[in-house]
Design a binder for this molecule. Structure first.
Ligand code: PAF
Length: 268
């Protein structure tokens, strides 16, 4: 497995490949990332590890983000190359911003101003460097996938975006690099997020359409500080007044000072 730090190295390797699948990451790799890589492996696979400063609206969150590239590299098997750039290789002068209107200001965007502009700017930059034919994203960051799909359509990137299901611990807790910062007690409390979401789903599948009642089911079960619980149309991410065919519940909560997100579809 090759480990590249420069755009030049990536471009010269890329020139010899027809198809290339890509899994962008910020490191602190867990089974969720590895599942994306397994799915991507029908084609040669590139992985990037870059903790993107532009997507952190909170400086201390950026500083505390877990980093261990050596450990990450040991976990990567069967990958063609890993791109681990220094910030200046990616950011340069950075006067240009990619911003996906509307989607970037809903849900997460309300609580993390600028976050999605940071994501779309860096993902577009990585797409131009790696030139992938296929890119894999996990549905844990549901809004991120919707945003990137829109960006790819708007900017005419010739890329297939693939969605992969959320990977969960046995407790139901969605895997996230941020889970590394949870105490044992926090981890068991955090299991109440998925308990609440799964109960909402169960009720919706049994025919409950009332959004307020569904949200209350979640509030009754989730024992953490809830930043938001919303039910939206998963194509537009707009709040809905009654459960319909493509509805999704999304939430953000605080646990041990760590912000966690999760989501579930409300249809079969
Ligand atoms: O999902 C992530 O890890 C990041 O948002 C991404 C896509 C690697 C962009 O920095």
């Amino acid at each position: 497995m090759k480990v590249y730090k420069t755009i030049k190295e990536v471009k010269s390797y890329r020139a010899n490949l027809k198809d290339l699948a890509f899994v962008p990451t910020m490191g602190a790799l867990h089974t969720g990332h590895l599942s994306l890589i397994e799915l991507a492996k029908e084609k040669p696979v590139a992985v990037s590890i870059f903790v993107n400063p532009l997507q952190f609206n909170d400086k201390s969150d950026f500083e505390k983000y877990p980093r261990d590239v050596e450990r990450d590299l040991k976990k990567l098997q069967g990958v063609d190359f890993v791109f681990v750039p220094e910030p200046e290789e990616i950011l340069g002068e950075r006067l240009t911003k990619v911003s996906v209107a509307d989607i970037s200001t809903k849900l997460e965007g309300k609580f993390r101003p600028g976050h999605f502009d940071g994501v779309s700017t860096i993902v577009a930059t990585l797409f131009n460097i790696i030139e992938p034919t296929d890119v894999w994203f996990g549905e844990k960051d549901f809004q991120q996938v919707v945003l990137i799909e829109q960006m790819v359509r708007d900017l005419k990137f010739n890329i297939n975006i693939h969605r992969a299901p959320i990977v969960r611990e046995a407790s139901g807790l969605a895997l996230s690099s941020r889970n590394e910062r949870l105490s044992d007690n926090g981890k068991s409390e955090a299991a109440s997020i998925s308990k609440g979401l799964f109960k909402m789903r169960e009720a919706a599948l049994k025919g409950e359409k009332n959004i307020e009642k569904l949200k209350q089911i979640y509030r009754d079960l989730c024992t953490l500080e809830i930043e938001y619980i919303e039910v939206v149309d998963e194509l537009t991410l707009d709040p809905i007044t009654s459960v319909a065919s493509k509805s999704r519940a999304l939430t953000a909560v605080w646990c041990d000072g760590v912000r966690l997100i999760d989501n579930v579809s409300l249809y079969a």
